[in-house]
Ligand binder design. Structure first.
Ligand code: SF4
Ligand code: SF4
Length: 381
């Protein structure tokens, strides 16, 4: 398939992003990655063990997710029609937020190469997926990001860039808002709160001001003004061990607050629960909140969310081409089950066995079914 646009990104343009990513100037860093600190929790198996070690015997079905959804009428969790290809192009990030479920940071060198991107595109062509959701780390730091976007746009896909906002201020990425706008890419921007204190607390000192500057730049090229070809979505996670608030009310409050105080507009807000994995799990443990948070998730189980779980309509692909039911399972190293002996990989992708699979679940899944539910698209209900 011919690309609609030239692959204009060259190493000279992008490396070293105009500034060393380790420097504060490249983005706030309130912590470092678990991997960099050689924390035992850097290992996904340790995270799963930590969740399993919590005594939930007093709770419904002793906190076993499969039993809980069975009671809700789901004897097994099976996929629906594949709609979204979510490609995680790497763990490299200019920030190191406290709640990060990817354990991303400037020290992470796991980056999707061009060969794997080509394999993703070949697999995409075998499916009916209408959306390509590009995530990371900071996906814009992958040298092949623009090539991937161009190829997906050329195929008529709706493309989402999951953007942390501050990355748009890097010297070599300042043309990116205009570049994304020209291609109709939806920008989904993480911003914990529309007030400075809460945002900086989670993402580091200076994040809020940089985020507002990036939002102004997106607004200036037509994002966030009601044009479906310039859709600007904000994504919020709670700053603490509680569930996401009512998404509709939050959106109204945020729209009024950001416009009044900063002259910023956006199209919609999505609210996600924090998953008890990776650096958020570390914080839960360190603050003595892990048991209480797990109990909250289990007790807030909402059966109406199960049919809309993102693992049912999404395929998640890791930087090295392995396949997962969702981004969270990816971080926990829980690969998709294959009905064949062959280990699933984007290079041997087959839509038929994907449709036949059983979705892999665990205690962390209660993060998706609590309250109004939570997915990469926000609340489920
Ligand atoms: S939460 Fe997002 S911006 Fe923050 S470190 Fe993780 S990937 Fe980077
Ligand atoms: S964590 Fe993943 S597999 Fe589990 S319910 Fe959520 S989306 Fe589905």
């Amino acid at each position: 398939m011919d690309s609609m646009f030239e692959d204009t990104q060259t190493p000279e343009m992008t490396l070293p992003y105009g500034v060393d990513l380790n420097e504060i100037a490249a983005g706030p860093k309130p912590t470092t990655s678990l991997q960099r600190r050689r924390s035992p929790l850097a290992e996904p198996s340790r995270q799963l063990a930590s969740l399993e070690a919590i005594d939930l015997s007093q709770l419904p079905h002793a906190g076993e997710f499969s039993a809980r959804i069975a009671e809700a009428g789901w004897a097994e969790l099976r996929p629906a029609t594949l709609e979204i290809f979510q490609i995680n192009v790497g763990k490299l990030c200019n920030m190191t937020c406290r709640h990060c479920h990817v354990d991303a940071g400037p020290d992470r060198r796991e980056i999707m190469d061009r060969e794997t991107i080509e394999a993703c595109l070949q697999a995409l062509d075998q499916t009916t997926a209408h959306t390509v959701d590009i995530t990371g780390g900071a996906p814009e730091l992958n040298l092949h990001f623009r090539y991937l976007v161009n190829e997906c746009v050329a195929r008529g896909k709706h493309v989402i860039d999951r953007c942390n906002l501050t990355v748009l201020l890097l010297p070599t990425l300042q043309d990116l808002p205009q570049w994304l706008a020209e291609r109709g890419v939806e920008v989904v921007c993480s911003l914990p709160h529309y007030r400075k204190f809460n945002t900086d607390n989670q993402r580091g000192q200076g994040t809020f001001e940089q985020s507002i500057e990036a939002l102004h730049r997106l607004n200036a090229v037509g994002y966030g003004t009601g044009n479906p070809q310039r859709r600007l979505t904000l994504m919020s996670n709670p700053v603490g061990a509680f569930l996401a608030s009512n998404q509709t009310k939050m959106e109204q409050e945020w729209k009024a607050g950001l416009l009044k105080n900063h002259g910023v507009t956006f199209d919609r807000l999505i609210a996600l629960n924090n998953m008890p994995i990776s650096r958020f799990l570390e914080w839960l443990e360190a603050s003595g909140n892990l048991e209480g948070y797990l109990e909250l998730l289990v007790n807030s189980f909402n059966p109406a969310t199960v049919s809309g779980l993102m693992c049912r309509n999404t395929l998640s692909i890791s930087w090295d081409g392995r396949l997962f039911d969702c981004d969270f399972n990816q971080m926990l190293n829980l690969e998709v089950q294959s009905p064949t002996d062959q280990r699933p990989h984007i290079r041997n992708f087959h839509p038929d066995w994907l449709a036949q699979r059983h979705i892999v679940t665990g205690r962390h899944c209660f993060g998706c079914t609590a309250g109004a539910g939570s997915s990469c698209g926000g609340a489920i209900e």
